[in-house]
Design a protein around this ligand. Structure first.
Ligand code: KG4
Ligand code: ZN
Length: 335
């Protein structure tokens, strides 16, 4: 079954053709770094306008690269939320138009559902597993029992991990997106230079918090102006990674889960991967992560989640009810 997945929830315009939820025939991603870099963060209205320009080109390229025509697509899948409303609407309206014209089902997908299944593209996922989703908008742990049975265990009380990387990078003058910039800079620095305390949430041992760490970075930049940027970056990265690894292992123990799957843009971070692997293997558990191109936002993960949602209930009336389908900026993950 061929699925065209469309993603436009933030600053990537993406479309992919995926066969049976596992084989990528094409995966086209148009980033917008050039639009937002000078503002140090994403400007929602500019993102929407760029999506409008990009989306026909990206979808055309996805079909071309896959060597298929629109008529060959069996189902369409699109991100319904969460994300920037204007940005989501561009992908959703386009997907509605295509599915309606082709008289094919349109499967609305939760963005995080896509991220969680990304590691399963091209290989088999073994269930159940614990998923750590770390992106620019989300930091949560999920218990994943099947491709379509997923429940949240804990999440961040304030900033997302990627947001913390982006804000720390901005404070250090490293540009946008901050995650890769911090990672590059940290390689030159000493992570022990600034022993930031590991942020904890009172009465909730599995919850994440990044706002205190962000403030700690700000304090260092203001009070120690001659601190080396690479040392602050390395210290910040090491604390953020310690926090992510510690909470993930605590949740794995508490829920009796021995398989861990990383997802989201921050899962590209090599220190996170290395440290998680080291500590997970020491316990006799396993950890996997998607290829970097499938960690950050992409259409393939949306096609994959759409495929499993359709397979679970092909007669679901929402797949053909185009009138009621709407984008939702704060969509909860429910099944
Ligand atoms: O999953 P994603 O593409 O978009 C959201 O759904 O938010 O994640 C983007 C986030 C950004 O905050 C970016 O700085 C972060 O992922 N990121 C990284 C790295 N690569 C991307 N963070 C840390 N290290 C990286 N190498
Ligand atoms: Zn994302």
């Amino acid at each position: 079954m061929l699925v065209l997945g469309i993603e436009s929830s933030c600053d990537e315009t993406a479309a992919a053709v995926v066969e049976d939820g596992r084989t990528i025939l094409s995966n086209v991603i148009a980033t917008q770094y050039d639009v937002h870099t000078k503002y140090g963060g994403i400007v929602p209205e500019l993102a929407s306008r760029r999506h409008v320009e990009n989306i026909p080109v990206v979808i055309g390229e996805a079909l071309n690269n896959a060597k298929v025509n629109l008529g060959d697509i069996d189902i369409f899948a699109v991100t319904k939320g969460p994300g920037l409303l204007g940005a989501l609407l561009v992908g959703l309206s386009t997907a509605k138009g295509l599915a309606w014209a082709e008289k094919k089902p349109l499967v609305p997908v939760h963005h995080i559902h896509g991220h969680i299944l990304a590691a399963g593209i091209g290989k088999d996922l073994e269930f159940p597993f614990l998923s750590l989703v770390v992106s620019g908008g989300h930091t949560s742990l999920y218990l994943v029992e099947t491709e379509t049975t997923i429940s949240e265990i804990s999440s961040t009380r304030d900033d997302a991990a990627g947001e913390a990387f982006d804000k720390a990078a901005k404070m250090l003058g490293l540009g946008f997106p901050g995650g890769p910039a911090i990672e590059r800079e940290a390689k030159k620095g000493d992570a022990k230079s600034f022993p930031f305390t590991l942020p904890q949430v009172k009465n909730d041992r599995l919850a994440f918090s990044f706002s205190g760490l962000k403030t700690a970075v700000r304090n260092v930049t203001q009070k120690t102006p001659d601190a080396k940027v690479c040392d602050v970056a390395a210290s910040f990265q090491s604390t953020a990674v310690d926090l992510l690894v510690q909470k993930t292992l605590m949740a794995a123990d508490q829920f009796g889960l021995r398989r861990i799957v990383l997802a989201g843009g921050v899962a590209c971070n090599s220190l996170l991967r290395e440290q998680m692997q080291k500590e997970v293997l020491a316990k006799g558990y396993s950890v996997i992560w998607p290829a970097p191109i499938l960690c950050t936002d992409n259409g393939a993960m949306i096609a994959t989640a759409g495929y499993y949602l359709y397979k679970a209930n092909p007669a679901n009336p929402i797949f053909t009810d185009f009138n009621s389908l709407d984008a939702e900026a704060n969509l909860p993950l429910t099944f």
